[in-house]
Design a protein around this ligand. Structure first.
Ligand SMILES: CC(C)(COP(=O)(O)OP(=O)(O)OC[C@H]1O[C@@H](n2cnc3c(N)ncnc32)[C@H](O)[C@@H]1OP(=O)(O)O)[C@@H](O)C(=O)NCCC(=O)NCCS
Length: 261
């Protein structure tokens, strides 16, 4: 399987049309404009997910015959200590990063709030994010993909779906037709967003969470692993269970403190 690295609009993806705003790396069968040479790929976040992004992209980058320089940015200098073969790839802290021409950043942070904060920080400093689509992902012809998006193996994205910036769709996640996935959302493995769903900015879906059709999930809300959401979800709440119920730990703590006071 070959990979191409490029800047510009995607004209075809696996025989279909796709609209992708950022520089993107894709699987074979992609016709692109303005090929460019990338000097350094930096994976932002060197935790478990960062190492997964590394493993998926590295083989593909090597297959392109570019012999690229690949590294990790992470504020924890010890994060790769248990992985001697990767340790040398830690190039510095996110907070210290100064962009160099030819750098391309891949966002590999799962937590939506942390991810959006880092994205804002690095973009303001001139960092340039690209999006990544694994060759086994299937995208409908009219899907729109933002900047800094990661689409993992076996993801399926149906027609008329819009993905905002810095969306992560982890392994096997599904976005059904006419859905809108806001900036910074994270869909964990096998999360299932059915049709005409809206996830506002910063929503987190745990593994195998299901959102039924036409549900609107408010910004920065979380849905627990294996939960099934059947009703509208407000902002900044946590939903769990089948059917999912709102769990208000923060509210409860606040109420208890008020009563104690
Ligand atoms: C929704 C979630 C983020 C909430 O996290 P949290 O605020 O730290 O809450 P906790 O995990 O401490 O759980 C609090 C309570 O909910 C229960 N609970 C946790 N997850 C649950 C779930 N998916 N369904 C039902 N109950 C759940 C816990 O047992 C605990 O109950 P207790 O208070 O009676 O002991 C988390 O529970 C979750 O599901 N995370 C998804 C993880 C995942 O899929 N990661 C993907 C990695 S690739």
């Amino acid at each position: 399987m070959t990979m191409q690295i490029f800047t510009g609009d995607v004209e075809r993806f696996c025989g279909q049309q796709a609209s992708i705003r950022s520089s993107t790396i894709l699987g074979s069968g992609v016709a692109v404009r303005s090929p460019t040479t990338v000097e350094r790929w930096l994976i932002v976040g060197a935790g478990g997910f960062g190492r997964e992004v590394y493993s998926w992209t590295l083989g593909q980058l090597h297959a392109a015959g570019t012999n690229p320089c690949v590294g990790f940015l992470d504020d924890d200098a010890t994060v790769l200590d248990r992985f001697p073969e990767l340790k040398r790839l830690w190039v510095g802290r996110i907070s210290d990063y100064e962009p160099q021409s030819g750098d391309r950043l891949l966002m590999a942070i799962g937590d939506p709030s942390a991810k959006l904060a880092v994205a804002e920080q690095l973009t303001a400093r001139g960092g340039r994010f690209v999006s990544y689509i694994h060759p086994t992902a299937v995208l409908a012809s009219d899907v729109q993909v933002g900047v800094g998006v990661i689409i993992c193996p076996s993801v399926v994205i149906c027609c008329n779906v819009r993905l905002g910036d810095f969306v992560l769709m982890n392994v096997g996640a599904l976005a059904g037709h006419d859905s809108m996935i806001g900036d910074g959302c994270t869909l964990s493995p096998h999360a299932d967003v059915t049709g005409q769903v809206v996830l506002e900015r910063g929503v987190f879906l745990g593994c195998r969470a299901v959102i039924l059709p036409k549900i609107h999930v408010g910004e920065f809300s979380r849905v627990g692993a294996g939960s099934v959401v059947i009703s509208q979800v407000k902002s900044r709440v946590t939903m769990m269970g089948v059917p999912a119920k709102r769990i208000d730990w923060l509210q409860k703590d606040d109420d208890e403190q008020l009563q104690a006071g």
